[in-house]
Design a binder for this molecule. Sequence first.
Ligand code: F3S
Length: 63
Amino acid sequence: MKPKVDKDACIACGLCPSICPECFDMQDDGKAGAIVDEVPEGCVDQAKEAEESCPVNAIEIEE
Ligand code: F3S
């Protein structure tokens, strides 16, 4: 699974790195970004939770 952040949609609420810091961080552009190409096995649930929790649906976890 690949985590992706739509930077145009992200409002920098900071939720995704707090839910799944293995996959997301806040980057120099002030927006969140994916820091891995593949969601590590141990945090699949957190990555999906981040996807569901983003208030502007900027996160997509591609199967
Ligand atoms: Fe941005 Fe959504 Fe994360 S608004 S900081 S991508 S939870």
